[in-house]
Design a protein around this ligand. Structure first.
Ligand code: 5AD
Ligand code: SF4
Length: 443
């Protein structure tokens, strides 16, 4: 039995939705009167875990061991709570194997305070339910947030790509109601946000009904948020090609606050592999969507996700991924080696690809993506754009912020965090841009 914790730390791994959940858990524990602390000193450590690729689970177990060992040296035994997708996927197995105090899934974390209280009484504290009743209604109001804030509007996935655990760990696609999102957006702006990124595993599958009873998709929600005073920028991620409606594409043409950036994962360039992945779009249909997006917003920065070494991927299939990359010219992208996930159809497929073949393909793909990222960054040099200042840089007087195309920009300025400054982009470095301030726009 452990005494009730007085301090806490939340460590989030994985995607931006986990970052959002981690922040909300921190707000929840702070609202219970607990004080935030470093993970190294906290009475309660929440590990908000990711299950998307291999080793994530093993990493959780080794993290638990390390936290215990470090705390043990100080004569402490912190309470450990496992949240997120590993909690959902492994459930009681984590309690059995690592004797953690609390296990809470991504749809149940509003119950974290109760679970912590139970654990303090020495009772079993596990909740991996996926209630229809939403957790969001049970979370405290947003208070202080960074200039660029996340807002989860949609959760879950019905697509069942054959490699992916998300439909199992996050459940079916659910959209948060219109009014709750608009209220939270306003609360975020009141608490200091100038940019909001709408989050969802399939964010562009979001649907809702507005105050006048009209049904709409993500485009309608974006147009509504465009009217929120004090909000300067809107982004959304991650989208699925099949839910990329013309209305949403049109919003990129005429909603000024909607930033010129689109993360649209394709995963592979070969139709044969896309079919085996159950992606339900083809190479061609994907490229046609991007043509329409570019027609609506010619300067749009495109981003994607790729998996190399899906079972059965031949050299010829992989060559099609490289040629798709050449055809698109991504501004940035994420690429991963295929990782068999227990319980997914692809894990049982024949023709799993040898690790050295995956390594080689990943290296070649990343070289192509880096080349295109550099070219995109170089293309912005000489342009003037707004930069939203997010934090201090390493050098004196230096601040860091983001361009409309989501590039990091560093500049010398006396502008503060949350200010929008007009900047001439003067140089492209491998992972960031150097800017010179023009005139400060009143915040
Ligand atoms: N192996 C490798 N990458 C994966 N992703 C999802 N599942 C797997 C897997 N089993 C990647 C996809 C997805 C991103 C979030 O993670 O590219 O878009
Ligand atoms: Fe996973 Fe596919 Fe759903 Fe994305 S669309 S979360 S890759 S199943």
């Amino acid at each position: 039995m452990k005494s009730s914790p007085k301090t806490f730390a939340v460590k989030s791994f994985g995607c931006q939705m986990n970052v959002y959940d981690g922040d909300r858990m921190a707000e929840l524990m702070a609202a219970q009167g607990l004080t935030p602390a470093d993970a190294a000193d906290a009475d309660l450590v929440v590990l908000n875990t990711c299950h998307i690729r291999e080793k994530a689970t093993e990493k959780v177990y080794s993290d638990i061991g390390r936290i215990r060992k470090d705390a043990g040296k100080q004569g402490r035994a912190p309470m450990i709570a496992i949240a997120g997708c590993v909690a959902q996927a492994e459930g009681a197995e984590i309690v059995r194997r690592a004797k953690v105090d609390v296990v809470v899934g991504p749809q149940a974390y509003h119950n974290l305070p109760d679970l912590v209280a139970k654990a303090a009484r020495g009772e079993a504290a596990l909740d991996t339910d996926m209630p229809v009743e939403t957790k969001f209604g049970h979370l405290p109001a947003r208070r202080r947030v960074p200039p660029s804030a996340f807002l989860t509007v949609q959760e879950g996935c019905d697509k069942f790509c054959t490699y992916c655990v998300v439909p199992y760990t996050r459940g079916a696609e659910v959209s948060r109601p219109w009014g709750a999102i608009v209220d939270e957006a306003q609360a975020l702006v009141d608490a200091g946000a100038r940019e909001i990124t709408l989050l969802g595993q399939n964010v562009n599958a979001w649907t809702g009904t507005d105050a006048r009873g009209r049904d709409g998709g993500l485009d309608a929600l974006i147009r509504e948020l465009d009217t929120v005073l004090g909000l300067a920028r809107i982004r959304y991620t991650t989208s699925h090609p099949n839910d990329m409606t013309q209305k949403l594409i049109d919003a990129h043409a005429d909603v000024e606050k909607l930033m010129p950036f689109l993360h649209l994962p394709v995963q592979a360039g070969s139709d044969r592999i896309l079919k085996a992945m159950n992606r339900s779009h083809s190479r061609d249909s994907y490229l046609r969507i991007l043509d329409r997006v570019r027609a609506a917003r010619p300067d749009i920065a495109l981003s994607g996700d790729f998996i190399v070494g899906f079972p059965g991927e031949t050299d010829a299939d992989f060559a099609e991924t490289l040629s798709l990359v050449d055809a698109v010219g991504y501004a940035q992208a994420f690429s991963f080696k295929y990782s068999p996930r227990p319980g997914t159809p692809a894990a049982g497929m024949d023709d799993q690809i040898a690790p050295e073949v995956m390594d080689d393909r990943l290296q070649r793909l990343q070289a192509a993506l880096n080349r295109d990222q550099s070219a995109f960054n170089a293309g912005v040099v000489g342009r003037t754009c707004d930069v939203l200042i997010e934090r201090k840089g390493k050098l004196p007087g230096q601040m860091l912020g983001k361009s409309p195309w989501l590039q990091s920009v560093h500049l010398i300025t006396d502008a503060g965090v949350g200010d929008m400054v007009e900047v001439d982009i003067v140089r492209a470095d491998p992972n960031s841009l150097a800017g010179m301030e023009r005139v400060k726009i009143a915040a």
